[in-house]
Design a protein around this ligand. Sequence first.
Ligand code: UD1
Length: 349
Amino acid sequence: MNFSATKTILVTGGLGYIGSHTVVMLLEQGFSVVIVDNLSNSQAFIEERIREVADGTLQVYIEDVTNEKALEAIFQKHDIAGVLHFAAHKAVGESMQKPLEYYHNNISGLISLLACMKKYEVDNIIFSSSCTVYGEAEQLPINEQAPFQEAASVYGRTKQIAEHILHDFANACSKKIVSLRYFNPVGAHPSARLGELPGGIPDNLVPYITQTAAGVREYLFVFGNDYPTRDGTAIRDYIYIMDLADAHVLALQRLLSLNFEDFQSPEIYNLGTGRGYTVLEVISAFEKASGTELPYKFAPKREGDVTAAYADNKKAKEELGWQANTSLEYALSTAWKWEQAYRSEQSGS
Ligand code: UD1
């Protein structure tokens, strides 16, 4: 069945890293897309890039999700079938310095959005959650039943609080809600026209690696070399961005096809490959993918980092029919292609 024929999907944070790649897939599937983005961690030119790589109906509003009046006007204007809510702050370190900003943006933004969904009778939402809700999990791989652990950061706490809010909202208002808990998204669109664009010094591993290989940074600092792992560095589950985008489309199709009664709202899915790599293994995969040698140094552990996190992704495979087959090496090759393309445009060559 084609659910997308006449459906309009509201995508908050649609010009950001995960949002923009997902919008491309939604357009390719025939959905109309309305983006709300405040450009706080994205660039306006991404709109043109999305239009370059995908045809379809796209409208962009530069607005803040915490501005409920502005959101209301958008809900009034468009017949929205479902919402994908990406817009949130996500830097772990920064969240400790600016807790109120994080609570305001990540929590008040969600509440404004849910209030509009209630008022305009929009029944479907997919929420961007994170494996950070599990903290240092007791069992690996981590499945969706694993309990929340005390969050190591304000950012992590906002994701936990948001999931509680969604749970209560689903019960009270009969809404269909999916919460997708991402592991570590990496890579870029194969065209190298879209990718991760961190402002300032990257917090995340892969953009730091590509910037180091491009000569923007002198060394990669590997945080910690005495973790109880096979080579002493921390283990994560790196998932290719296009596989992650694909999961959103599948989850949306599921939401649109099922009635509230057939749905355990909120439904929760882990999105990871199921395989963990150490930081040193990521470096080595990047060196292979790029044919470059990456200069790195060991540095102290980063506060709040866990030893290992990788997903049990059985539920997403079984219920969404999702596959996350892209190799880490290929994902890293797209990140490198994107970094190089971006740098050469910046320097005007
Ligand atoms: C963190 C969050 C995650 C969030 C994601 C979004 C936690 C525990 N994790 O993921 O929830 O969704 O950011 O941004 O809150 N590393 C280095 N050198 C670097 C950068 C990273 O060695 O310069 C290491 C880290 O110590 C870690 C791995 O690389 O072991 C991945 O780090 P990163 O990309 O920042 O992601 P997470 O911390 O796993």
